[in-house]
Design a binder for this molecule. Structure first.
Ligand code: PLP
Length: 453
């Protein structure tokens, strides 16, 4: 069977008849019609109508090494031939998850040396939630089980991950959240800083909201704080530099575990292997997925710090948790090869020293003066452009206005995939982008803004 025997119209009709899509208004989709992306190479994806689109989102923030990597295909094929599946339950393992765990321990911050696998970021966060609560139970403090999270957090889509998340629309459809999870403000200076308040002071104020929540609950009842170093799906909200050191201080002071969700920021996007290293954070757990395999296979790895791991080992007792595909040998073989490629091609250093800074300069030069641009933020190869009706008053378009969606649609029509989150345009390109690719993207964004104006 090959899709090439079908016309685009046929594929759309079949899709409408049988396929329920994630995060989709299905009534709207049936009217708008599905875009069928059929192949990809390097930084481009191609749809069945022959359009070449520069992928400014690296798929869904995941194709860090870019498309068309034969080595990853070969790694998967060889592993499937040798051993397509075996599990890591019942005192077994297979070689690739073992060797990948060793590699992850090598690239993670020094105090992190253990790995728990799943197939998605959501699963990894389910694991993280259970693990931190289990840790405190093992330590004889089962009442220490409240988790502090933030508005606009995205931690995935399972019930536990949605409960951790802070997206209002998703939470409305939870129909019963996991208990003992509380949310506080996020460090989004563009909208939440007071007039005249410095970035530094705002960062401290946003961190204080976390401490206030810990004190209100009683530190003896709080297990952990969870946060994305940079909120991604919430709109690439980059915190002020004062924020994370203060969060670290607060967590240390109240003996609250620090859980980082690096599903987006991990594996080179911020110019280090992990944002924990870019931002000098010392977390107890790091949730990772996406860029671990560059999206070529579904795989997540919860990186677990020595404090939690040593309690698990010393206290013993089964941790009743795991997935059929925890440590899937094929996914882990692809991850090993993917990390080798990222390392061999020096992609992370390039993000830190070359393409990351250049993305910022190019966006500023191309869009900084545009009447609809309120702010441009970047960190490594993550970018956000705030869309405003008026640069001085910062009046926004959402919820009624559709300007950001119009800009996004123009961008795609101009050959650039990017996303709109409320009034924020966001980008998260593959780490293989060069200065030339960035110039091409900025040119297309500028045209999209000009057309939407
Ligand atoms: N955590 C963060 C920060 C994410 O951005 C995502 C997905 O975008 C997830 C968790 C969930 O990952 P998955 O979709 O693989 O379940």
């Amino acid at each position: 069977m090959t899709y090439k025997n079908y016309s685009t119209e046929q594929l759309r009709a079949i899709d409408n008849a049988h396929h329920l899509h994630p995060f989709t208004d299905h009534k709207d989709l049936r009217q708008a019609g599905t875009r069928v992306i059929a192949r990809a190479d390097g930084p481009f994806v191609y749809d069945t109508e022959g359009n070449e689109i520069l992928d400014g989102m690296a798929g869904l923030w995941c194709v860090n090494a870019g498309y068309g990597r034969e080595e990853l295909v070969e790694a998967a094929t060889a592993q499937m031939r040798e051993l397509p599946y075996y599990n890591a339950f019942f005192r077994c393992t297979t070689p690739t998850p073992t060797l990948l765990a060793q590699k992850l321990a090598e690239i993670a911050p020094d105090h992190i040396n253990q790995v728990f696998y799943g197939s998605s970021g959501s699963e990894a966060n389910d694991t993280a939630l259970r693990l931190v609560r289990h840790y405190w139970a093992l330590e004889g403090k089962p009442e220490k089980n409240i988790i502090i999270s933030r508005d606009w957090a995205y931690h995935g889509s399972t019930v536990a991950a949605t409960s951790l998340g802070g997206m209002a629309a998703m939470r409305e459809q939870l129909y019963g959240a996991v208990p003992n999870i509380r949310h506080v403000m996020c460090p989004y200076a563009f909208e939440l800083a007071n007039p005249g308040e410095s970035d530094h002071d705002f960062g401290l104020r946003a961190a204080k909201a976390v401490e206030d929540a810990i004190l209100e609950a009683g530190p003896e009842n709080v297990a952990a704080f969870i946060g994305e170093p940079i909120q991604g799906a919430g709109g690439v909200k980059i915190p002020p530099e004062s924020y994370w050191p203060e969060i670290q201080r607060i967590c240390d002071k109240h003996d609250v575990l620090l859980m980082l969700d690096e599903v987006i920021t991990g594996y080179g996007r911020t110019g280090e292997w992990f944002a924990a290293q870019s931002m000098n954070i010392k977390p107890d757990t790091i949730t990772t997925a996406k860029g671990l395999t560059s999206g070529y296979q579904p795989l997540s790895a919860l990186l677990v710090g020595d404090r939690i791991a040593s309690t698990l080992v010393e206290k013993g007792g089964e941790f009743y948790h795991g997935y059929t595909y925890s440590g899937h040998p094929v996914a882990c073989a692809v991850a090993l090869k993917n990390l080798e490629i990222i390392e061999r091609e020096g992609l992370i250093g390039r993000v830190r020293d070359e393409t990351g800074p250049y993305l910022h300069e190019a966006l500023q030069a191309g869009l900084g003066d545009h009447p609809m641009v309120g702010e441009i933020r970047t960190f490594g190869l993550l970018a956000a452009i705030e869309v405003v009706k008026d640069r001085d008053t910062r009046e926004r378009f959402q919820p009624e206005g559709s300007a950001p969606v119009v800009i996004r649609d123009h961008a795609i029509a101009n050959g650039l995939m990017m996303r709109a989150v409320m009034d924020t345009m966001i980008m998260s390109p593959p780490l293989i982008w060069t200065k030339e690719t960035i110039d091409m993207a900025v040119d297309r964004i500028r045209k999209a803004f000009d057309t939407a104006e």
